[in-house]
Design a protein around this ligand. Structure first.
Ligand code: HEM
Length: 465
């Protein structure tokens, strides 16, 4: 093995050692008896209700207990207080980042994403990382990604077979993965791409059960845990090789992918990165974070959009006109309405490091609070006629503040929100330019890890226009 391979293996080992899935110091909540009401069932049953059956459980709890209610979660029945009114969401999003921590709730992803991950950090470290990543997601950068995204979308839809029924979620997953590899990682070398694809696929497929296994290192000698660990070593080897080569690439200054932009935010000083630079380990951790946060989420929103348009001939014609006329605003509204009616992430959570008062409720340190995205998007006060798919809601107007929150809010708002909408518009444009789209059968949301995906994969059939 070469010295570089040894160094990479050591970095991966160190991450596994440091990042256990139950990491993060969280205070134990004292006196939770005065918290808003909620179900009395055992914590395990409530956790299952919230995580596996959220599409029924959360609306039911809202109807039964009102606009603010408490769910008891494992371990030890720790409280999660859910808020459903826009003014509550505003208070939570504006909460002091030193008190309202978001990273703690994601610690299960630590062994895969690494300690530098934007999703796992809090306070000053989060602020620094966010500042370094932001320029790669601003309007100027997004315009730079557009043509490659369009090219990849065109190549994908060209391969579809007219008249054959297929699961649009599967095709959208394949496409958004390609977008991450080419536009975010910026990989162009075909043999590197071929090596990366299976590694990246195996990484995004990791289930919470496998991640929990990281709490028990002896498990890693067996079955799926062993395979996951081996895959991580291999993925890291490829990612560090790509980062090393990119730092030395003669065309680094002109390259428009996210990785190249992130490298350019600082000097090429490897891990001895200063406060305004990202080191190799940080780059790896942020790239894996962008992969896990940005791939299936965008694919799901797109598949719901195709499913909804495919059920309404008039809307399909309107989308085709928009695609032909370059009317991106309408396609953007279709993506936004898809995210409203079928939110991919059900809620946003913050764990309190100190006691705080939200909506007049005193919440102790150690409790978790969050606005329910599902309820915010279903309330008729927020969105009249909420069960109807109507993109016009978003044309030339924004819904009232904090009533449409698919990307969360405040200093933790999804950094890829603009990226995913840009990608969504580019993909819909390519689909509707070429095809008539018809949905096949009904679909409904199903929980997959943390996201809500169409249970039957949003099946569609296309025919050439
Ligand atoms: C439709 C697609 C997407 C949805 C619904 C979505 C949703 C979300 C939500 C709800 C959060 C948490 C916000 C909060 O805590 O307030 C989040 C955070 C994040 N998302 Fe997205 N996301 C999407 C696409 C993307 C894409 C394309 C990327 C990157 C390429 C991305 C990267 C991230 C990152 C890095 C964070 C953590 C931000 C932070 O903690 O500062 N997401 N996303």
């Amino acid at each position: 093995m070469s010295t570089t391979d040894d160094r990479v293996t050591a970095l991966t080992e160190e991450r596994f050692e440091r990042m256990r899935p139950f990491g993060g110091e969280v205070p134990t909540p004292v006196d939770t008896s005065k918290l808003p009401p909620g179900p009395k069932w055992p914590a395990l049953a409530q956790s299952a209700g919230l995580l596996r059956f959220r599409h029924r459980f959360v609306p039911w709890a809202h109807r039964k207990y009102g606009d603010v209610f408490t769910v008891r979660m494992i371990p030890r029945g720790r409280p999660l207080v859910l808020f459903t009114r826009p003014e509550h969401a505003k208070e939570i999003f504006a909460g002091d980042p030193e008190v309202f921590h978001a990273g703690k709730g994601n610690s299960i992803l630590g062994p895969i994403m690494g300690e530098h991950s934007l999703l796992l950090q809090d306070s000053g470290e989060h602020k620094r990382a966010r500042k370094l990543l932001m320029p790669a997601f601003n309007g100027h950068a997004l315009r730079g990604y557009q043509s490659l995204v369009t090219e990849l979308a065109r190549a994908e839809v060209e391969r579809w077979t007219p008249g054959t029924e297929f699961r649009s979620l599967e095709r959208m997953n394949a496409l958004t993965l390609e977008v991450i590899l080419r536009v975010v990682f910026g990989v162009t070398d075909e043999s590197r791409l071929a090596e990366l694809r299976p590694r990246v696929n195996a990484t995004v497929d990791v289930s919470p059960a496998v991640l929990l296994g990281w709490g028990y290192p002896w498990l890693q000698r067996f079955g799926v845990w062993k395979r996951t660990v081996e895959n991580q070593y291999e993925l890291d080897r490829l990612m560090y090789a790509e980062i090393r080569e990119r730092r030395g690439a003669p065309d680094l200054a002109e390259r428009t992918d996210v990785l190249s932009r992130l490298i350019r935010t600082g000097a090429d000083s490897g891990d001895a990165a200063g406060p305004d630079q990202l080191g190799d380990t940080e780059l790896r951790d942020q790239l894996v974070t962008l992969l896990l946060a940005g791939h299936e989420t965008t694919a799901t929103a797109l598949s719901w959009a195709l499913y909804e348009v495919g059920r309404d001939l008039e809307l399909l014609r309107r989308c085709q006109r928009a695609a032909d006329d370059g009317d991106d605003d309408f396609l953007d509204a279709v993506m936004k309405e898809s995210l409203r009616l079928h939110p991919v992430i059900p809620m946003v959570v913050r764990t309190l490091m100190k006691p705080a008062t939200i909506a007049g409720v005193d919440v102790p340190a150690g409790a978790t609070v969050g606005p329910s995205i599902v309820i915010a998007h279903q309330k008729p006060d927020n969105h009249p006629d909420p069960w109807t798919f109507r993109p016009e809601r978003f044309l030339d107007q924004n819904p009232p503040a904090n009533t449409w929150i698919p990307f969360g809010g405040g200093v933790r708002r999804c950094i890829g929100a603009g990226f995913s909408l840009m990608e969504g518009v580019a993909v819909l444009r390519e689909v509707f330019t070429s095809y008539d789209v018809m949905s096949v059968g009904d679909d409904e949301p199903k929980v997959r890890n943390i996201t809500s995906v169409p249970r039957r994969g949003a099946r569609i059939r296309v025919s050439r226009r």
